[in-house]
Ligand binder design. Structure first.
Ligand SMILES: O=C(O)CCC(=O)C(=O)O
Ligand SMILES: [Fe+2]
Length: 352
């Protein structure tokens, strides 16, 4: 094995520490009170809403158990994606993502201009997904994104689609709890997701000969509303702890999901809940798989602080921005190793 391609090497200040802190802190929340078959007391339910609110405020991240997603569906997508990634590069590249086809297989993603030590398979929940045809602000034309499904393994398509529907169901439940925790009606956010642009990714992080120099995914915040992540038992996800800025590892918990607030909830809540930076460490021995679901609104959504959460004492901290233009701008920069940062919500911040 020769030297690692310099494209993967992080600047010294962003390299991971091989001895890591395992965060006990990321809250673990039991969603049993909202499983439909349960007869839940008002006090129990309010306790859950408070727990979710505190986790969003203090961490931006939490894990959930008793979430209602059948384990069998998770095992199926896990099995099918392992088979997909085990194929030759040539086979995988038959469904390769490019400037036109934004879904499918991809192994050269850069986060903050450094290459990630991973390969991914992306698909959208809605087929087709409607988005702006270009990032140009005045161009009103829209286009359709279709998924690229591989021939092998043939079951990948159905297992992905079924699993995606489970994620959507869980995402609505979580969004209701988040709305209630902000003293809003439970369905306050639902309308934004009518023509959702949600997507899923299967991440495969192969063993890396130099885990001290590279990252599986460089530090970033998720741009959408909410992320629901399944990770396997290898571990590697690190969250930047709000209290002191330390990177802490999210301990793998069997059959749990990791939830994090994305940039859109940060803006909707006018910074009451913040989207938190995270990254993924790799290791030299074991490959790792993870499955993030990104819950994203319709492309025509103008994202701005909710009126109910702003007033004279607490004025809106962001100007409205168009979600579709935001993501098409992001997709575009993914294909160029630019030496500038890509579009971020703070670009819409109102200075006071
Ligand atoms: O693999 C992980 O644990 C997290 C991946 C992630 O943050 C992402 O794909 O946005
Ligand atoms: Fe992420």
């Amino acid at each position: 094995m020769g030297e690692v391609d310099p494209a993967f090497i992080q600047e010294p200040e962003h390299r991971p520490r091989i001895s890591y802190i395992e965060g006990k802190g990321v809250p673990l929340i039991d969603l049993a009170p909202i499983l439909s078959s349960n007869n839940v007391s008002a006090i129990e339910f309010e306790g859950l809403v408070k727990e979710v609110g505190n986790a969003c405020k203090d961490w931006g991240f939490f894990q959930v158990i008793n979430h209602g997603v059948p384990l069998e569906k998770r095992q199926k997508i896990d099995g099918a994606s392992r088979k997909f990634f085990a194929q030759s590069l040539e086979e995988k590249r038959k469904v390769r993502r490019n400037e036109k086809e934004v879904t499918g297989y991809y192994d050269t993603e850069h986060t903050k201009n450094v290459r990630d030590w991973k390969e991914v398979f992306d698909f959208t929940i809605e087929e087709p997904t409607i988005v702006p045809a270009s990032h140009e602000p005045d161009d009103k034309e829209v286009t359709e994104w279709y998924n690229q499904w591989p021939e092998h393994p043939p079951e990948l398509r159905e297992t992905c689609q079924e699993y995606g529907q489970e994620m959507v169901k869980l995402a609505y439940k979580l969004l209701e709890l988040i709305a209630l925790s902000l003293d809003l009606p439970a369905d306050r956010f639902h309308g934004f997701f009518k023509d959702q642009t949600s997507s899923m990714r299967v991440n495969h992080y192969p063993p890396c000969p130099t885990p001290e120099l590279a990252l599986g995914v460089g530090r970033h915040k998720d741009p959408g509303a909410l992320t629901i992540l399944a990770q396997d038992d290898v571990g590697g996800l690190e969250v930047k702890q709000k209290s002191d800025g330390e990177w802490v590892r999210v301990k793998p918990t069997p059959d749990a999901y990791i939830i994090n607030v994305g940039d859109i909830i940060q803006v909707w809540s006018n910074d009451r809940y913040e989207s938190v930076e995270h990254r993924v460490m790799v290791n030299s021995e074991r490959e790792r798989f993870s499955l993030p679901f990104f819950f994203n609104p319709a492309h025509y959504t103008m994202v701005k602080p909710l009126e109910e959460l702003t007033d004279e004492q607490n004025p809106a901290k962001y100007r409205a921005y168009n979600w579709g233009k935001f993501i098409t701008t992001r997709k575009r920069s993914n294909f160029q190793k630019l030496n500038v940062e890509n579009i971020q919500i703070y670009h819409f911040k109102i200075s006071d």
